[in-house]
Design a binder for this molecule. Structure first.
Ligand SMILES: Nc1nc2c(c(=O)[nH]1)N[C@H]1C(S)=C(S)[C@@H](COP(=O)(O)O)O[C@H]1N2
Ligand SMILES: [Mo]
Length: 500
């Protein structure tokens, strides 16, 4: 066997067993202490903004899988290099592995809310990897000998097997330690006052049109969490503190015992491009945040309420918005179920009219009353605006650019939203011609999106359909195309179609 290949194989085997063992140990020290997740989390928090937007644009909601895959590929390359160097001088190998160990430990320790136990997975992994590498490369330097060669390959196979068993075993154990069981055991209270009924005709029920109510299964998911926080409702508390007269701590049972309301609210992500699908409408069950804040009694000048998640993520919402009477909720239910884990179980914020990153804290454990001067929430130092009301937007859902259209009447339809202001008008135009008013479907309230439709007499050829909305304040959705950063994309959605 070529010497270089031998070194590379040894390095990769050592790295694999390190990751597998670390994954296993992390079952007991917390999923976010596993080196891959810790380093990945560090990257998520520190990667430059344009690169992150690129990842979201390219991989969409698979951006996390892409990150982890990329990390593993890079790691394998470095591991091969370390193994190769180790053949020259075993201390290079030891130093290389130690370096990885230090990176893993540092990443795990600097994750929010990390305890000292977070160092264990990387330490165990690196130590074992060092021993494995040492053993694998310490054979005769020249490897023409078939016996030695077989011994080496057997060694690699054993190590790979150990890596797979511990890694997959760890994964399996981890899936058994989720809070799915606890979630199933939650019985949600009934809202005081019936939930607002969805008026007949709110949903046009067209094949390609987003349904008026988004199911939990198809609701978009956006967050920085590489592994879902598993927050046990038994031990969960919400602490309302900071610049308040009367700090409050609530348990989950105490929260469920409070009067709840049920409201349809359309949530939207600031990263949503014009025409994008990072938006959804659900029925949320929860306690009005205004009531909780009024009880806590924010002090004068405390103009920001920071929601803090179990994983350390934060968002900052204007105190004024949370107390102005809109249906800002501390939600525990989504479409009649306890919040799905990926949507924030056991509790999250939902605030009509503000982008998610400044208002929709999932896995929430704290509401800290402070001021915008005193605290920057997670996305603010990363270049996004501290204040971010949702911009008026509209989208064409049908037809789509790849549809085969035939000349004659075609239903053009989509959704429009301007949460908490409401949509007054939607207009469509063809090939830059005059704007034509679409028909608005009904909606539950100004806090949800609204479907619209327009009958087009399609003529053969290539055409460009465009849409724009006007909100209830009379403001027309601007034509100027701007990217999502720093406070939401603008521009008109257009679809190019061909009519046969
Ligand atoms: N803990 C936590 N909450 C979070 C986020 C996050 O990264 N961590 N992302 C926010 C963003 S940017 C959006 S758009 C919404 C998305 O909520 P969803 O995933 O339930 O659709 O959650 C918000 N809440
Ligand atoms: Mo978002």
């Amino acid at each position: 066997m070529r010497k270089g290949l031998r070194g590379a194989l040894a390095g990769i085997a050592a790295a694999a067993v390190a990751l597998g063992l670390a994954e296993f140990v992390a079952v007991f020290t917390g999923a976010r202490s596993a080196p891959l997740v810790a380093v990945g989390g560090f990257v998520v928090d520190h990667v430059p903004e344009p690169l992150k937007q690129f990842a979201i644009d390219t991989f969409g909601t698979h951006d996390k899988t892409a990150l982890l895959t990329g990390t593993v590929v890079l790691l394998a390359a470095f591991a091969a290099l370390i193994g190769w160097l180790a053949l020259r001088n075993v201390w290079y190998g030891v130093a290389g592995i130690a370096l990885f160990g230090v990176i893993g430990v540092a990443a795990a320790l600097t994750r929010p809310n990390a305890g000292v136990e977070a160092v264990v997975p990387s330490l165990v992994g690196a130590t074992v990897a060092g021993v494995v590498l040492w053993r694998l490369i310490s054979g005769p330097a020249e490897t023409a000998d078939p016996v030695d060669r077989r011994r080496f390959l057997t060694g690699v196979a054993v190590v790979a097997g150990a890596a797979a068993v511990s890694g997959l075993g760890g994964r399996w154990l981890a899936t058994r330690r989720t809070v799915a069981e606890a979630r199933r055991a939650v019985s949600l209270p009934v809202a005081s006052g019936a939930a607002p009924a969805v008026p007949a005709g709110a949903d046009l029920n067209l094949a390609q049109l987003a349904p008026y109510v988004t199911s939990n299964r198809s609701f978009y998911r956006i967050d920085t969490a590489l592994v879902l926080p598993q927050v046990d409702p038994e031990t969960w508390t919400l602490r309302i503190h900071g610049r308040v007269r009367n700090p409050i701590t609530l348990t989950f049972d105490q929260l469920l015992a409070r009067p709840m309301v049920e409201r349809y609210v359309t949530l939207a992500c600031v990263s949503n491009e014009v025409g994008g699908d990072l938006i959804g409408n659900a029925l949320w069950l929860g306690v009005p945040l205004k009531e909780l804040l009024d009880e806590a009694g924010p002090l004068d000048g405390a103009d920001q309420v920071v929601g803090r998640s179990a994983d350390g993520w934060t968002c900052g919402t204007p105190t004024e918005v949370l107390r102005d009477g809109r249906d800002a909720l501390l939600a525990v239910g989504m479409n009649g179920e306890p919040l799905p884990i990926q949507h924030g179980f056991p509790a999250r914020m939902v605030v009509p009219g503000l982008y998610g990153y400044v208002s929709a804290c999932k896995w929430i454990t704290e509401l800290e009353v402070t001021s915008f001067d005193d605290f920057d929430a997670y996305w603010v130092p990363r270049g996004w605006s501290a204040q971010a009301p949702i911009k008026t937007q509209s989208r064409i859902d049908t037809p789509r650019s790849r549809n085969n259209l035939t000349a004659g009447p075609v239903t053009v339809a989509g959704v429009a939203w301007a949460q908490h202001r409401g949509i007054k008008k939607v207009e469509v135009r063809v090939d830059g011609g005059p704007w034509q008013e679409a028909t608005l479907a009904r909606s539950v309230s100004v806090d949800t999106w609204v479907q619209w439709s327009w009958r087009w007499d399609a003529t053969p050829g290539k055409h460009r359909l465009q849409v724009r909305a006007t909100d209830s304040t009379g403001e027309v959705q601007p034509e100027e195309e701007r990217p999502p950063a720093p406070d939401g994309a603008t521009g008109w959605h257009s679809v190019n179609v061909e009519v046969g």
